[in-house]
Design a protein around this ligand. Structure first.
Ligand code: DAT
Ligand code: MG
Length: 149
């Protein structure tokens, strides 16, 4: 089992897409193990996107990501990191296939509504950055034996 960090960005929140996004993860069979609705500080977003610090869009991205509330979540499941990235689509919505979150619900690269960890290593870092140990729910999904053999 893997855990991955997913966030509905401020644009996704304002556009009323939290429910649609949660629905897709639930329907796929992933288990929600942590969630919070918060406005992150610019410093927090700078840490979150540290790998991109040399990119020209870094400052604007961090400012935007801290401009309003985000829905931060941790989803658990088999190959959760890879499958989540496939569900998201490409970074640029214009390259994202219909059926993906970005391919169905947004248009512009700077307003691509959702974040998902890109590797297992980054997922661990991001989960630790956004959540404390006591913020995780410990439970078993009743659908578990019907999702996995
Ligand atoms: P992803 O969110 O698909 O992991 P990333 O980590 O490369 O993509 O970039 C983080 C976010 O930065 C991305 O979701 C949107 C923004 N971004 C990336 N490339 C951009 C660009 N060329 N212009 C504007 N914003 C960009
Ligand atoms: Mg990324």
């Amino acid at each position: 089992m893997e855990r991955t960090f997913v966030a509905v960005k401020p644009d996704g929140v304002q556009r009323g897409l939290c429910g649609e996004i949660i629905k897709r993860f639930e329907q796929r069979g992933f288990k929600l193990v942590a969630a919070k609705f918060i406005q992150a500080s610019e410093d927090h977003m700078k840490q979150h996107y540290l790998d991109l610090k040399d990119m020209p869009f870094y400052a604007g991205l961090c400012k935007y990501m801290s401009s309003g509330p985000v829905l931060a979540m941790v989803w658990e499941g088999q190959s959760a990191v890879k499958l989540t990235r496939m569900m998201l689509g490409e970074t640029n919505p214009a390259d994202s296939k219909p059926g993906s979150v970005r391919g169905d619900l947004c248009i512009n690269i700077g307003r691509n509504i959702i974040h998902g960890s890109d590797t297992l290593e980054n997922a661990k870092k991001e989960v630790d950055l956004w959540f404390k140990a006591e913020e995780f729910a410990n439970y078993t999904l009743c659908s578990q034996p019907f999702l996995y053999e």
